[in-house]
Design a protein around this ligand. Structure first.
Ligand code: S3P
Ligand code: PEP
Length: 453
């Protein structure tokens, strides 16, 4: 069996689960609220924010632009709350490390365009492969000077003059909804606001755009969408607020999927009744594989019956996941364990995520004996009995957690870099071990001294 030294032996489920898991805050909500707090007219307080690599990168970047971000005693059990005091004027003259965070590389250039002076953007080697042309062209369309090497990717730098006029702008956001969100978040601070039109054929991850609009609305900025693919943001004050960050429902996906593999129940506490998080769709997606999902108090409880380990056969599924590509790795892991063929489509843009997720999922599942074929906009998965072996993470948190799901059912799966889950969930290895170790244990909050702040 292969595997680098230090590879993580994925635990195999020995018995049915009866676990309650409480997850840290949503990456997407935390990083939006950080950005809006930095652009606001007064201080904000984020309660129960995420502390992970992606949020730490956002915090460092906003500090470099002059924002004051202080830790105050936490209310969520996963580290401090954050008090944010906006800069009088955003500062130029800084270099921003985007790491591999799409939210940092797509949300911050329009913010930095409001600063005075040069701001340079770069990130991990993998980040230099992620699509950025739309952001670069949008900035130029807004009259901001951008220096890049023409590849439409990081690194690049912009020269900001302290104000952006705004007005009308057309972009092609078919590679990522984050191009839209980044512009909408900064647009209330443009002198004339922004009328943004998406001209591409498709637009992935609509719930994430709805989330952007909802976070703006909570701060008094009303974004109108007179027709699909067009958004009108008025020039407006962004209010400072106190806000509770919801748990990360996309990071709930591997834990809830585990119920279908191991059997038994997994309950995620603090599940919001109403949310713009795309992870909310797990409530209807997991039943397609035979689970039942019910709300009990403030939890979503997924019952996987006897589970694959108990002899259940998961049906194959045919799902368009254009709404929520970040759920795809976990669901594809389930399809690899199903007894019928599956197709997951609408996810061509996953080729520009942390890694080319379509190629990575096909390579890793096929490396364990699977039969996955890449389609233009998704994956086709034929049922096969899988065997153990190395599972590569490609610096992609969701590839690592997909390996953990497969490893629950298949002996001898070694995930090469489980630490990459620190991008959005540094506690993943402990939470997963607790999930599998003792089915009767209530997994409450894991305290950690490895927070990145
Ligand atoms: O705005 C956001 O917070 C996100 C939008 C989505 O990006 P894409 O539209 O590029 O898939 C999603 O996949 C990503 O994890 C987070
Ligand atoms: C695509 C993702 O991340 P990012 O915010 O870096 O785009 C993801 O978390 O699945």
């Amino acid at each position: 069996m292969g595997g680098e030294p230090g590879a993580w032996p994925a635990p195999v489920a020995k018995r049915a689960l009866a676990a309650s898991v409480r997850l840290p805050g949503s990456k997407s909500l935390t990083n939006r609220e950080l950005v809006l707090s930095a652009l606001a007219s007064g201080p904000s307080l984020l309660r129960a924010p995420l502390h992970s690599r992606d949020s730490a990168l956002m915090i460092e970047a906003l500090r470099a632009l002059g924002t004051v971000i202080e830790e105050v005693p936490g209310t969520g059990g996963y580290g401090p709350d954050l008090r944010i005091t906006p800069a009088e004027e955003l500062l130029g003259g800084s270099s921003i490390d985007c790491g591999l965070a799409g939210t940092v590389m797509r949300f911050l250039p329009p913010v930095a365009a409001l600063a005075l002076g040069p701001v340079a953007f770069d990130g991990d080697e993998g980040a230099r492969r992620r699509p950025m042309r739309t952001t670069i062209e949008a900035l130029r369309g807004l009259g901001v000077e951008v220096n890049d090497d023409g590849r439409g990717a990081l690194p690049f730098s912009l020269y900001a003059t302290g104000a952006v006029r705004g007005g009308e702008l057309s972009i092609d956001a078919s590679a990522s909804s984050q191009f839209v969100s980044g512009l909408l978040l900064a647009a209330p601070r443009f002198t004339e606001g922004l009328t943004l039109r998406h001209t591409g054929e498709k637009l992935p991850s609509m719930p994430h755009i709805e989330m952007t609009i909802a976070t703006l609305a909570a701060r008094g900025v009303v974004v109108e969408s007179p027709e699909p693919g067009v958004w009108v943001v008025p020039p407006a004050e962004i209010r400072g607020i106190e806000v509770d960050i919801e748990p990360d429902l996309s990071n709930a996906a591997p834990f809830l999927a585990a119920a279908l593999v191991a059997g038994g129940t997994v309950s995620i506490g603090g599940w919001p009744w109403e949310t713009t998080q795309v992870g909310a769709h797990l409530e209807t997606l997991l039943p397609l594989f035979g689970a039942t999902a019910t709300r009990q108090g403030d939890s979503l409880v997924v019952d996987g019956g006897v589970g694959i380990r108990g002899g259940a056969e998961l049906p194959g599924v045919d799902i368009d996941l254009g709404l929520g590509g970040e759920l795809a790795p976990a669901l594809v892991a389930l399809t690899a364990l199903a007894t019928g063929p599956s197709r997951i489509t609408g996810i061509g843009h996953l080729r520009g995520h942390e890694t080319d997720r379509l190629a990575a999922l096909a390579a890793e599942i096929n490396g364990l004996g699977g039969a996955v074929t890449e389609l233009e906009d998704g994956l086709s998965i034929e049922p096969r009995a899988l065997h153990g072996g190395e599972w590569k993470s490609y610096e992609d948190h969701r590839m690592a957690t997909a390996g953990a799901i497969v490893g629950l059912a298949v002996d001898g799966v070694l995930v090469d870099d489980i630490a990459t889950t620190a991008k959005t969930l540094p506690q993943f290895p402990e939470l997963w071990a607790a999930l599998v170790r003792d089915p009767d244990e209530i997994v409450t909050t894991v305290t950690t001294d490895t927070l990145l702040l």
